[in-house]
Design a protein around this ligand. Sequence first.
Ligand SMILES: [Zn+2]
Length: 240
Amino acid sequence: MSTNRLAELIRKRQPCVVLTGAGVSTESGIPDFRSPAGIWAKVDPMEYASLRAFRADPERVWSFYSKRIEMLTAAEPNAAHHALAELERRGFVDAVVTQNIDLLHTRAGSREVVEVHGSIRTVSCPVCGRREPLRESLLPLPRCPECDAVLKPDVVFFGELLPPEAIDRAYGLARRAALMLVVGSALEVFPVSDLPLETLRAGGSLAIVNLGPTALDDRAALKIEAPAGDTFRDIVALIT
Ligand SMILES: [Zn+2]
């Protein structure tokens, strides 16, 4: 039983740091990006989610993001989010590093969450730097109350660097993890894809729960090919 083995790994190899991608949220009804039914199969990310597109035509970018934010806000955390929060409460998970901007880990009760691609929690002014909470009343085209520039969602766009504090913290967590547990990520996007390698370089182990192959399957001590919700519901029941 691979879930038994994963529960065993989590129990024995502490501290455990979790790295999540879009696959952890698909069971909440949020489409991923790169699968054939994913978001980028329908819209070109360079036209709707790049820094260049935002500078050239912010209204077009916001027309995409306002719908996306509405959908993410309406979504609910699923069994995997709840289970990871429970594992943290029980002391088996140190932190969750996530590529997701949907806030579902925090809403499920996870406390140590590192959002390496930003989140839909806030918007910022690209001109004067003012930051404020994202409110639906700001949509469809939010403007800075100080300087009237169009505000940008605090999510990492194509062509943008990752927030340095978040990525530094993620590398620190990866380095000291005895177990890096990847959930719902194909590990295709750098530098997030380098975090499990940082754990391996520092002598830790890697476990992966993902539907479909990942770039590091051959480096993992354990790979479980299953939906995250079922898998982690079982893990919570098995681990004490
Ligand atoms: Zn401003």
